[in-house]
Write a protein that binds this ligand. Structure first.
Ligand code: PAF
Length: 282
């Protein structure tokens, strides 16, 4: 397993060990790897001649400085976990300077309005930070395919949009959400949950499943009300938003149309830990 800290070393290694036709599968991560990441990385290994994984907690996508400080950083364990998949994975784990130089700032992006919904409303500047880091990583790694989880469904939509808009030569592959046995979506933040929060957190997915059942027969307004009432009774969890939105535009809906595809999106606080999830409704 090779771990590069500097983009110049990574680029030199890739160009001297692989010809320019080799297909590179790339999985960008912020580390604290879990089974969800490993499923993306396994897919990258299966589909390509080589897999590159980046591990970098990107400061410019954090709107909340405390969340940035508290974000788990577990490089050694991450590398050990990667070795369980393959010794041939190439890891890029830079510091902020290698990516940003002296100025750790995001560029401004416009993603056709996708950035203004849900996460965009509650995390100012988040998607500028994501766009900046993902575009830079693509320029460094030059992947053929890049793999992203559907847990961050809005992020996935925004990256697809950015790739089209900027004509970036990479295929984006979206992968299904990986869940714990009790339904909780896997997230690097889950390790920070207290025992009580961890026991309560599966309520998020249970609520999404019931909302999906209700979607066949009840109005969007009624479902929204039902979810809000349900969460108001759970002390350990604070609902930030629950939104039923069009899967393509990500715009919240009030009424369903026959032809459209819809998804429910949710963000919840357990103490200061923010958890998100989503589910296809039809
Ligand atoms: O999904 C994540 O972990 C991050 O947003 C990403 C794509 C690695 C960019 O920092």
């Amino acid at each position: 397993m090779v771990v590069f800290k500097k983009k110049s070393d990574l680029i030199a290694y890739l160009s001297s060990n692989f010809d320019s036709n080799s297909s590179i599968g790339f999985v960008p991560t912020m580390g604290a790897l879990h089974q969800g990441h490993l499923s993306l990385i396994q897919k990258a290994l299966d589909d390509n001649e080589l897999a590159v994984v980046s591990i970098f907690v990107n400061p410019t996508q954090f709107d909340n400085p405390n969340d940035l400080v508290a974000y788990p950083r577990t490089l050694e364990t991450d590398v050990e976990l990667l070795k369980t998949l393959s010794n041939d994975i190439v890891v890029y784990s830079p510091n902020a300077e290698d990516i940003y130089g002296d100025e750790v700032v995001a560029s401004n992006f416009s993603f056709g309005g996708l950035e203004n919904e849900m996460e965009g409303q509650f995390r100012t500047g988040h998607f500028d930070g994501v766009g900046t880091i993902v575009k830079r990583l693509f320029e460094i790694v030059r992947p053929t395919n890049a793999y992203f989880g559907e847990k961050d469904f809005q992020q996935l939509a925004i990256i697809r949009h950015m790739v089209k808009q900027h004509g970036l030569p990479v295929t984006i592959v979206g992968c299904p959400i990986f869940r714990e046995d009790d339904g909780l979506a896997m997230s690097s933040r889950n390790v920070r949950l207290t025992e009580n929060q961890r026991d309560t957190a599966p309520f998020i997915y249970k609520t999404l499943l019931t909302a999906k059942t209700k979607f066949g027969t009840e109005s969007v307004t009624k479902i929204n009300e039902w979810v809000n009432t349900k969460f108001s009774k759970v002390e350990a969890l604070n609902l930030e938003y629950f939104v039923i939105a069009d899967e393509n535009t990500l715009k919240p809906i009030e009424e369903k149309k026959e032809q459209s595809k819809y998804r429910a999106f949710i963000a919840v606080y357990a103490g200061d830990i923010r958890l998100i999830d989503n589910i296809a409704l039809n």
